[in-house]
Design a protein around this ligand. Structure first.
Ligand code: AMP
Ligand code: GLY
Length: 417
Protein backbone atom coordinates (compact mmCIF):
# COMPACT_ATOMS: atom_id res chain seq x y z
CA UNK A 1 0.00 0.00 0.00
CA UNK A 2 1.19 3.47 -0.86
CA UNK A 3 2.14 5.49 2.23
CA UNK A 4 -0.41 8.15 3.16
CA UNK A 5 -0.15 11.80 4.15
CA UNK A 6 -2.38 13.12 6.91
CA UNK A 7 -3.19 16.54 8.32
CA UNK A 8 -3.85 17.27 12.00
CA UNK A 9 -5.60 20.54 12.91
CA UNK A 10 -4.63 22.23 16.18
CA UNK A 11 -1.52 23.32 18.06
CA UNK A 12 -1.47 21.92 21.60
CA UNK A 13 -0.12 18.95 23.48
CA UNK A 14 -3.09 16.86 22.35
CA UNK A 15 -2.28 17.53 18.69
CA UNK A 16 1.41 16.82 19.41
CA UNK A 17 0.43 13.36 20.70
CA UNK A 18 -1.99 12.67 17.83
CA UNK A 19 0.51 13.74 15.17
CA UNK A 20 3.35 11.81 16.77
CA UNK A 21 1.29 8.62 17.01
CA UNK A 22 0.24 8.92 13.37
CA UNK A 23 3.85 9.53 12.35
CA UNK A 24 4.79 6.23 14.04
CA UNK A 25 2.34 4.27 11.88
CA UNK A 26 3.97 2.11 9.20
CA UNK A 27 1.22 3.30 6.80
CA UNK A 28 1.94 7.00 7.12
CA UNK A 29 4.42 9.11 5.23
CA UNK A 30 4.05 12.82 6.06
CA UNK A 31 2.17 14.26 9.00
CA UNK A 32 1.29 17.94 8.71
CA UNK A 33 -0.10 19.92 11.62
CA UNK A 34 -1.83 23.28 11.17
CA UNK A 35 -0.83 25.51 12.81
CA UNK A 36 1.13 23.05 14.99
CA UNK A 37 3.88 24.26 17.28
CA UNK A 38 7.64 24.68 17.21
CA UNK A 39 8.20 21.58 19.36
CA UNK A 40 6.56 19.21 16.88
CA UNK A 41 9.52 19.17 14.52
CA UNK A 42 11.33 16.96 17.06
CA UNK A 43 8.68 14.26 16.45
CA UNK A 44 9.05 14.42 12.66
CA UNK A 45 5.80 16.38 12.27
CA UNK A 46 5.64 19.31 9.83
CA UNK A 47 3.97 22.46 11.19
CA UNK A 48 1.96 24.38 8.57
CA UNK A 49 1.32 28.09 9.08
CA UNK A 50 -2.47 28.04 8.69
CA UNK A 51 -4.77 28.92 11.57
CA UNK A 52 -7.28 26.27 12.66
CA UNK A 53 -10.32 28.36 11.75
CA UNK A 54 -9.06 29.30 8.27
CA UNK A 55 -11.06 26.52 6.60
CA UNK A 56 -10.57 27.72 3.01
CA UNK A 57 -6.77 27.57 3.27
CA UNK A 58 -6.85 24.26 5.16
CA UNK A 59 -8.99 22.74 2.39
CA UNK A 60 -6.62 24.03 -0.27
CA UNK A 61 -3.64 22.65 1.64
CA UNK A 62 -5.26 19.21 2.02
CA UNK A 63 -5.94 19.13 -1.73
CA UNK A 64 -2.46 20.33 -2.72
CA UNK A 65 -0.69 17.80 -0.49
CA UNK A 66 -2.74 14.65 -1.26
CA UNK A 67 -3.87 14.34 2.32
CA UNK A 68 -5.80 11.06 2.90
CA UNK A 69 -7.80 12.68 5.69
CA UNK A 70 -7.69 15.42 8.28
CA UNK A 71 -7.90 14.82 12.04
CA UNK A 72 -9.44 17.72 13.95
CA UNK A 73 -8.04 18.23 17.46
CA UNK A 74 -9.84 21.21 19.02
CA UNK A 75 -13.52 21.86 19.63
CA UNK A 76 -13.71 25.41 18.29
CA UNK A 77 -13.04 24.25 14.72
CA UNK A 78 -15.64 21.47 15.09
CA UNK A 79 -18.28 23.79 16.52
CA UNK A 80 -17.54 26.25 13.69
CA UNK A 81 -18.26 23.53 11.12
CA UNK A 82 -14.86 22.46 9.77
CA UNK A 83 -16.19 18.93 9.10
CA UNK A 84 -19.19 20.16 7.11
CA UNK A 85 -16.94 22.41 4.99
CA UNK A 86 -14.36 19.73 4.24
CA UNK A 87 -17.09 17.27 3.31
CA UNK A 88 -18.70 19.84 0.99
CA UNK A 89 -15.29 20.15 -0.67
CA UNK A 90 -15.23 16.35 -1.15
CA UNK A 91 -12.51 15.77 1.46
CA UNK A 92 -12.36 13.14 4.22
CA UNK A 93 -12.16 14.39 7.75
CA UNK A 94 -12.36 12.86 11.24
CA UNK A 95 -14.73 14.55 13.68
CA UNK A 96 -18.45 15.27 14.09
CA UNK A 97 -20.37 17.81 12.03
CA UNK A 98 -21.37 21.17 13.53
CA UNK A 99 -24.81 19.99 14.58
CA UNK A 100 -23.36 17.19 16.72
CA UNK A 101 -20.58 19.46 17.97
CA UNK A 102 -23.22 21.43 19.86
CA UNK A 103 -23.05 18.61 22.40
CA UNK A 104 -19.90 20.39 23.51
CA UNK A 105 -20.67 23.89 22.23
CA UNK A 106 -23.76 24.31 24.38
CA UNK A 107 -24.27 22.86 27.86
CA UNK A 108 -28.02 23.32 27.44
CA UNK A 109 -28.02 21.36 24.15
CA UNK A 110 -26.06 18.53 25.78
CA UNK A 111 -28.39 18.39 28.77
CA UNK A 112 -31.51 18.20 26.59
CA UNK A 113 -29.88 15.41 24.57
CA UNK A 114 -29.13 13.50 27.79
CA UNK A 115 -32.67 13.97 29.06
CA UNK A 116 -34.15 12.91 25.75
CA UNK A 117 -32.12 9.71 25.48
CA UNK A 118 -32.03 8.72 29.14
CA UNK A 119 -28.37 9.41 29.87
CA UNK A 120 -27.85 9.99 33.62
CA UNK A 121 -26.57 13.45 34.57
CA UNK A 122 -26.82 16.04 37.37
CA UNK A 123 -30.14 17.77 38.11
CA UNK A 124 -30.00 21.20 36.49
CA UNK A 125 -31.82 24.31 35.26
CA UNK A 126 -30.92 26.86 32.60
CA UNK A 127 -31.51 30.59 33.07
CA UNK A 128 -31.66 33.46 30.58
CA UNK A 129 -31.52 36.26 33.16
CA UNK A 130 -29.57 37.11 36.27
CA UNK A 131 -32.80 37.72 38.20
CA UNK A 132 -34.19 34.23 37.53
CA UNK A 133 -30.90 32.57 38.39
CA UNK A 134 -30.71 34.44 41.69
CA UNK A 135 -34.24 33.33 42.64
CA UNK A 136 -33.30 29.67 42.15
CA UNK A 137 -29.72 29.76 43.38
CA UNK A 138 -30.44 27.67 46.50
CA UNK A 139 -32.63 25.01 44.79
CA UNK A 140 -29.97 22.27 44.99
CA UNK A 141 -28.29 23.39 48.23
CA UNK A 142 -24.57 24.17 48.45
CA UNK A 143 -22.06 23.72 47.01
CA UNK A 144 -23.73 24.40 43.68
CA UNK A 145 -22.22 24.29 40.18
CA UNK A 146 -22.53 27.31 37.85
CA UNK A 147 -21.70 27.02 34.16
CA UNK A 148 -21.58 29.49 31.32
CA UNK A 149 -23.56 28.06 28.36
CA UNK A 150 -20.85 28.11 25.72
CA UNK A 151 -17.27 27.09 24.94
CA UNK A 152 -14.95 28.13 27.75
CA UNK A 153 -11.99 25.77 27.49
CA UNK A 154 -12.89 24.02 30.76
CA UNK A 155 -12.68 27.35 32.57
CA UNK A 156 -16.34 28.42 32.49
CA UNK A 157 -17.35 26.42 35.56
CA UNK A 158 -17.49 27.66 39.13
CA UNK A 159 -18.32 25.48 42.13
CA UNK A 160 -19.76 27.91 44.66
CA UNK A 161 -19.59 26.79 48.29
CA UNK A 162 -22.24 29.14 49.63
CA UNK A 163 -24.95 31.57 48.61
CA UNK A 164 -22.67 34.62 48.82
CA UNK A 165 -20.13 33.18 46.37
CA UNK A 166 -22.89 31.89 44.09
CA UNK A 167 -24.55 35.32 44.00
CA UNK A 168 -21.33 37.13 43.08
CA UNK A 169 -20.55 34.48 40.43
CA UNK A 170 -23.99 34.72 38.83
CA UNK A 171 -23.65 38.50 38.62
CA UNK A 172 -20.18 38.17 37.07
CA UNK A 173 -21.32 35.58 34.53
CA UNK A 174 -24.11 37.83 33.27
CA UNK A 175 -22.07 41.02 33.44
CA UNK A 176 -22.05 43.10 30.31
CA UNK A 177 -23.41 40.38 28.03
CA UNK A 178 -26.67 38.54 27.65
CA UNK A 179 -26.25 34.80 27.81
CA UNK A 180 -27.40 31.67 29.49
CA UNK A 181 -26.30 30.12 32.69
CA UNK A 182 -26.72 26.55 33.85
CA UNK A 183 -27.20 25.81 37.54
CA UNK A 184 -26.40 22.21 38.50
CA UNK A 185 -26.50 19.97 41.50
CA UNK A 186 -22.94 19.29 42.69
CA UNK A 187 -22.08 15.63 42.15
CA UNK A 188 -19.62 13.83 44.38
CA UNK A 189 -17.35 10.94 43.44
CA UNK A 190 -14.24 10.13 41.42
CA UNK A 191 -14.16 11.63 37.92
CA UNK A 192 -13.05 9.76 34.80
CA UNK A 193 -12.50 10.61 31.14
CA UNK A 194 -13.95 8.09 28.74
CA UNK A 195 -13.23 8.36 25.02
CA UNK A 196 -15.52 6.60 22.61
CA UNK A 197 -14.57 6.26 18.96
CA UNK A 198 -17.84 6.30 17.05
CA UNK A 199 -18.58 5.30 13.46
CA UNK A 200 -22.30 5.97 13.37
CA UNK A 201 -23.82 3.15 15.52
CA UNK A 202 -20.56 1.19 15.78
CA UNK A 203 -18.17 2.15 18.57
CA UNK A 204 -14.96 1.23 20.37
CA UNK A 205 -13.81 2.48 23.76
CA UNK A 206 -10.30 3.89 24.04
CA UNK A 207 -8.25 3.49 27.23
CA UNK A 208 -9.77 5.22 30.26
CA UNK A 209 -7.94 8.11 31.90
CA UNK A 210 -8.20 10.48 34.81
CA UNK A 211 -7.52 14.19 34.44
CA UNK A 212 -6.67 16.75 37.16
CA UNK A 213 -8.62 19.94 36.44
CA UNK A 214 -7.65 22.14 39.35
CA UNK A 215 -4.53 24.28 39.15
CA UNK A 216 -2.88 23.31 42.45
CA UNK A 217 -2.02 20.27 44.55
CA UNK A 218 -4.84 18.62 46.47
CA UNK A 219 -7.41 19.74 43.85
CA UNK A 220 -7.19 23.34 45.06
CA UNK A 221 -7.36 26.50 43.01
CA UNK A 222 -9.20 27.42 39.83
CA UNK A 223 -10.31 25.00 37.12
CA UNK A 224 -7.88 24.72 34.22
CA UNK A 225 -7.77 22.85 30.91
CA UNK A 226 -6.11 19.98 32.85
CA UNK A 227 -2.83 19.72 34.78
CA UNK A 228 -1.98 16.06 34.40
CA UNK A 229 -3.44 12.66 33.61
CA UNK A 230 -2.81 8.95 33.77
CA UNK A 231 -4.08 5.76 32.18
CA UNK A 232 -5.21 3.11 32.99
CA UNK A 233 -7.28 3.78 36.13
CA UNK A 234 -6.57 0.71 38.31
CA UNK A 235 -8.88 1.89 41.12
CA UNK A 236 -11.96 1.45 38.89
CA UNK A 237 -13.55 -1.99 39.21
CA UNK A 238 -14.63 -4.01 36.16
CA UNK A 239 -18.25 -3.87 37.30
CA UNK A 240 -18.19 -0.06 37.57
CA UNK A 241 -16.61 0.14 34.13
CA UNK A 242 -19.39 -2.08 32.78
CA UNK A 243 -21.98 0.19 34.35
CA UNK A 244 -20.39 3.17 32.58
CA UNK A 245 -20.67 1.38 29.27
CA UNK A 246 -24.22 0.11 29.78
CA UNK A 247 -25.73 3.14 31.49
CA UNK A 248 -23.85 5.97 29.76
CA UNK A 249 -22.09 4.94 26.54
CA UNK A 250 -24.89 2.75 25.16
CA UNK A 251 -27.73 5.30 25.50
CA UNK A 252 -25.42 8.07 24.24
CA UNK A 253 -24.54 6.17 21.06
CA UNK A 254 -28.18 5.09 20.57
CA UNK A 255 -29.20 8.75 20.91
CA UNK A 256 -26.70 9.83 18.27
CA UNK A 257 -28.14 7.26 15.85
CA UNK A 258 -31.77 8.04 16.71
CA UNK A 259 -31.10 11.78 16.33
CA UNK A 260 -29.49 11.25 12.89
CA UNK A 261 -26.21 12.86 13.82
CA UNK A 262 -24.04 10.69 11.48
CA UNK A 263 -21.42 10.84 14.20
CA UNK A 264 -17.91 9.97 13.02
CA UNK A 265 -15.29 10.88 15.58
CA UNK A 266 -14.60 10.91 19.27
CA UNK A 267 -17.20 11.42 21.95
CA UNK A 268 -15.39 12.30 25.16
CA UNK A 269 -17.59 11.60 28.14
CA UNK A 270 -16.55 13.26 31.37
CA UNK A 271 -18.24 11.26 34.05
CA UNK A 272 -18.45 10.96 37.77
CA UNK A 273 -18.99 7.72 39.61
CA UNK A 274 -21.51 8.79 42.25
CA UNK A 275 -23.14 6.64 44.94
CA UNK A 276 -26.14 6.25 42.61
CA UNK A 277 -23.96 5.18 39.70
CA UNK A 278 -22.15 6.89 36.81
CA UNK A 279 -23.40 10.33 35.75
CA UNK A 280 -22.25 12.53 32.89
CA UNK A 281 -20.55 15.80 33.85
CA UNK A 282 -20.08 16.88 30.25
CA UNK A 283 -19.78 15.73 26.68
CA UNK A 284 -16.90 16.87 24.50
CA UNK A 285 -16.68 16.08 20.82
CA UNK A 286 -12.93 15.52 20.56
CA UNK A 287 -10.06 13.98 22.46
CA UNK A 288 -9.04 15.49 25.81
CA UNK A 289 -5.94 17.50 26.56
CA UNK A 290 -3.91 16.25 28.51
CA UNK A 291 -5.56 12.78 28.46
CA UNK A 292 -4.58 12.14 24.83
CA UNK A 293 -0.91 12.32 25.75
CA UNK A 294 -1.37 9.34 28.11
CA UNK A 295 -3.93 7.24 26.23
CA UNK A 296 -2.45 7.18 22.72
CA UNK A 297 0.87 5.64 23.81
CA UNK A 298 -1.23 2.81 25.32
CA UNK A 299 -2.94 1.90 22.05
CA UNK A 300 -1.70 -1.35 20.55
CA UNK A 301 -4.08 -0.82 17.62
CA UNK A 302 -2.70 1.39 14.84
CA UNK A 303 -4.23 4.88 15.12
CA UNK A 304 -4.07 5.37 11.35
CA UNK A 305 -6.18 2.20 10.87
CA UNK A 306 -8.73 3.26 13.46
CA UNK A 307 -9.28 6.67 11.92
CA UNK A 308 -9.06 5.41 8.37
CA UNK A 309 -11.82 2.82 8.91
CA UNK A 310 -13.95 5.42 10.65
CA UNK A 311 -13.74 8.05 7.90
CA UNK A 312 -14.35 5.37 5.26
CA UNK A 313 -17.47 3.95 6.99
CA UNK A 314 -15.97 0.51 7.54
CA UNK A 315 -16.40 -1.67 10.64
CA UNK A 316 -14.02 -0.47 13.34
CA UNK A 317 -11.18 -2.78 14.34
CA UNK A 318 -11.10 -3.83 17.98
CA UNK A 319 -9.14 -1.42 20.16
CA UNK A 320 -6.40 -3.29 22.00
CA UNK A 321 -4.66 -1.67 24.98
CA UNK A 322 -1.06 -2.25 25.98
CA UNK A 323 -0.58 -3.28 29.62
CA UNK A 324 1.74 -0.28 30.23
CA UNK A 325 0.84 2.52 32.62
CA UNK A 326 1.39 6.08 31.38
CA UNK A 327 1.36 9.16 33.61
CA UNK A 328 1.92 12.75 32.56
CA UNK A 329 2.43 16.03 34.40
CA UNK A 330 1.70 19.36 32.70
CA UNK A 331 4.31 22.07 33.06
CA UNK A 332 2.35 25.33 32.91
CA UNK A 333 3.46 28.93 32.94
CA UNK A 334 3.62 30.64 36.31
CA UNK A 335 0.34 32.52 36.76
CA UNK A 336 -1.74 30.02 34.74
CA UNK A 337 -4.71 30.05 34.35
CA UNK A 338 -5.39 33.70 35.30
CA UNK A 339 -2.28 35.51 34.00
CA UNK A 340 0.35 33.18 32.53
CA UNK A 341 3.89 34.52 32.21
CA UNK A 342 5.35 34.02 28.73
CA UNK A 343 8.85 34.00 27.27
CA UNK A 344 10.50 31.63 29.77
CA UNK A 345 13.55 29.92 28.31
CA UNK A 346 13.05 26.17 28.51
CA UNK A 347 15.89 23.89 29.51
CA UNK A 348 17.19 21.04 27.38
CA UNK A 349 15.17 17.88 28.03
CA UNK A 350 17.66 15.01 28.33
CA UNK A 351 16.69 11.89 26.42
CA UNK A 352 15.72 9.29 29.00
CA UNK A 353 14.27 5.87 28.39
CA UNK A 354 10.57 5.75 29.28
CA UNK A 355 10.19 9.56 29.30
CA UNK A 356 8.46 11.61 26.59
CA UNK A 357 7.88 15.34 26.25
CA UNK A 358 4.76 16.61 24.44
CA UNK A 359 5.10 20.29 23.54
CA UNK A 360 2.12 22.63 23.54
CA UNK A 361 2.56 26.40 23.98
CA UNK A 362 6.12 26.82 22.79
CA UNK A 363 7.83 29.14 20.32
CA UNK A 364 11.36 29.47 18.99
CA UNK A 365 13.42 26.67 17.45
CA UNK A 366 14.02 23.06 18.49
CA UNK A 367 16.73 23.11 21.16
CA UNK A 368 15.95 26.77 21.96
CA UNK A 369 12.28 26.70 22.86
CA UNK A 370 10.54 29.30 24.97
CA UNK A 371 7.15 29.22 26.66
CA UNK A 372 4.37 31.07 24.82
CA UNK A 373 1.27 30.56 26.94
CA UNK A 374 -0.62 28.65 29.63
CA UNK A 375 0.16 24.97 29.39
CA UNK A 376 3.68 24.78 27.96
CA UNK A 377 4.37 21.06 27.75
CA UNK A 378 3.73 17.72 29.40
CA UNK A 379 6.27 15.19 30.61
CA UNK A 380 5.03 11.60 30.49
CA UNK A 381 6.51 8.34 31.73
CA UNK A 382 5.67 4.81 30.68
CA UNK A 383 6.21 2.03 33.20
CA UNK A 384 4.66 -1.14 34.60
CA UNK A 385 2.42 0.62 37.16
CA UNK A 386 1.01 4.11 37.73
CA UNK A 387 3.12 4.40 40.89
CA UNK A 388 6.32 3.57 39.03
CA UNK A 389 5.46 6.00 36.19
CA UNK A 390 4.68 8.69 38.76
CA UNK A 391 8.07 8.15 40.43
CA UNK A 392 9.85 8.40 37.07
CA UNK A 393 8.11 11.63 35.98
CA UNK A 394 8.73 13.46 39.22
CA UNK A 395 12.33 12.31 39.38
CA UNK A 396 12.82 13.70 35.85
CA UNK A 397 11.04 16.99 36.64
CA UNK A 398 13.00 17.47 39.88
CA UNK A 399 16.22 17.53 37.88
CA UNK A 400 15.11 20.26 35.45
CA UNK A 401 15.64 24.01 35.84
CA UNK A 402 12.15 25.33 35.13
CA UNK A 403 12.03 29.09 35.67
CA UNK A 404 8.62 30.82 35.75
CA UNK A 405 6.77 27.52 35.52
CA UNK A 406 4.48 25.53 37.81
CA UNK A 407 3.30 21.96 37.98
CA UNK A 408 1.32 19.78 40.35
CA UNK A 409 3.14 17.32 42.59
CA UNK A 410 0.30 14.87 43.16
CA UNK A 411 -0.73 13.68 39.70
CA UNK A 412 -1.74 10.02 40.00
CA UNK A 413 -2.14 9.88 43.79
CA UNK A 414 -5.80 8.90 43.43
CA UNK A 415 -4.81 5.72 41.61
CA UNK A 416 -3.27 4.28 44.77
CA UNK A 417 -4.77 6.09 47.75
P1 AMP B 1 -16.80 21.21 32.58
O1 AMP B 1 -16.34 22.51 32.00
O2 AMP B 1 -18.24 20.95 32.44
O3 AMP B 1 -15.87 20.14 32.16
O4 AMP B 1 -16.51 21.25 34.15
C1 AMP B 1 -15.20 21.39 34.65
C2 AMP B 1 -15.08 20.61 35.94
O5 AMP B 1 -15.98 21.10 36.93
C3 AMP B 1 -15.43 19.14 35.79
O6 AMP B 1 -14.39 18.40 35.29
C4 AMP B 1 -15.78 18.77 37.23
O7 AMP B 1 -14.61 18.51 37.97
C5 AMP B 1 -16.45 20.02 37.74
N1 AMP B 1 -17.91 19.88 37.61
C6 AMP B 1 -18.66 20.21 36.54
N2 AMP B 1 -19.96 19.92 36.75
C7 AMP B 1 -20.03 19.37 37.98
C8 AMP B 1 -21.10 18.85 38.78
N3 AMP B 1 -22.38 18.87 38.37
N4 AMP B 1 -20.80 18.37 40.01
C9 AMP B 1 -19.52 18.36 40.46
N5 AMP B 1 -18.47 18.83 39.76
C10 AMP B 1 -18.71 19.33 38.54
N1 GLY C 1 -8.83 17.60 29.82
C1 GLY C 1 -10.06 18.24 29.68
C2 GLY C 1 -10.43 18.60 28.31
O1 GLY C 1 -9.74 18.29 27.36
O2 GLY C 1 -11.46 19.20 28.15
Amino acid sequence: MKLQNVLVVGSGGREFAIAKKLKQSAKVDRVYCAPGNAGMVSAGVEPVAIEELDFARLIQFAKDHQVAWTFVGPEDALVAGIVDEFQRAGLKIFGPQARAAQLEGSKEYALSFMNKYGVPTARHQTFETEEDALVHVADYGFPVVLKVDGLAGGKGVVIADDQAVATVTIKEMFQGQPGRLVLEECLVGPEYSMFVLIENGDYQILPLAQDHKRAYDGDKGPNTGGMGAYSPVPQLSDSDRKRMVNEVVEPSVRGLVAGDYHYHGILYIGLMLTKEGPKVIEYNVRLGDPETQVILPRLATDLFDLVDTCVNDRTLPEVVEKPDAVLGVVVAAKGYPQAPVTGQVLPAFPLTSGIDVAYANVAGKAGHLIGSGGRILMVTATDATIEAAQGQVYDYLDHLELADCQYRHDIGNKAHQ
